[in-house]
Design a protein around this ligand. Sequence first.
Ligand code: PEP
Ligand code: MN
Length: 351
Amino acid sequence: MIVVMKPGSPEAEIIRISKEFEDWGLTPEKIVGKHKVVIGLVGDTASLDRLQIQEISPWIEQVLRVERPFKRASLEFRHGESSEVVVSTPDGPVTFGRDRPVVLIAGPCSVENEEMIVETARRVRAAGARFLRGGAYKPRTSPYSFQGHGESALALLAAAREASGLGIITEVMDTADVEKIAEVADVLQVGARNMHNFALLKKVGSQDKPVLLKRGMSATIDEWLMAAEYILAAGNSNIILCERGIRTFDRKYTRNTLDLSVLPVLRNLTHLPIAIDPSHGTGWSEYVPDMAKAAIAAGADSLMIEVHPNPAKALSDGPQSLTPEAFDRLVGELSVIGKALGRWSKEEVKV
Ligand code: PEP
Ligand code: MN
């Protein structure tokens, strides 16, 4: 349920009403929008009468029910207003959001050594990326495949951050690793295979770093948003959803089926910002540019793209990784679409 306050409602009144809701055993959450303040109510609201709530203050404009199972993640919970996720990076804050410039996240699948991660960071930064991606802990299908360098790779990510000014996005797979990864990462990635790891969702929800939540490879949109709801319910409202392709019947020519229809669909369902990962979405570098362009045209707030200085030698996901040159060319093409949509950063980020 949400309680929409009239414009100019006194703060003291919002506090008084919120206390009253607490006394009823509910959890009120104050959401300050561009034009209005909304109090979101979580808890057992089924038996509450909307009109009765309306009575408790003349400053209440409207009381509405949130019908979706994902309450806090729903667009209704913020009365139709999109949310933004502001992430601090060494080069200043970067905002993910619906009316903001598209944020580019680029880097290798995994952190292999210092030279390659620092070089990749510099190159993608020069091309216009604001975040470096790279796994220290890798979820691999086979236990015999490269599993990531773990803790030592975190130090390499820190060095690349320092050298490039980029923010760092890296995956966390285990609740026990959250703190140490959060010391280096500016955004924690929960990967497709862990979208249903509820212990991990609660853990990343109870710390401060923003979370990039990938869609599980067989997850419905509702299941994905319920996973986001776990993070929100634990207290972290800084979530970026990331579509990375789903399993369908035909995987002969692509690794996954990149579901770009999530862009218009999620806009109707949730206020959270949306990223698209065309690298895992297609599995082949030659298909990445077209899907990246389509994603921006369809309204993506961010793109996550795998870039490796030598894809043929990559320890993971080489076939889907762009070279730094190809990434630079792609950004030039993306900028045409981004500018046409009014969603491209005015400052040309070059180093
Ligand atoms: C990755 O980003 O390298 C990764 C493993 O992604 P996903 O969880 O989408 O497979
Ligand atoms: Mn990968």
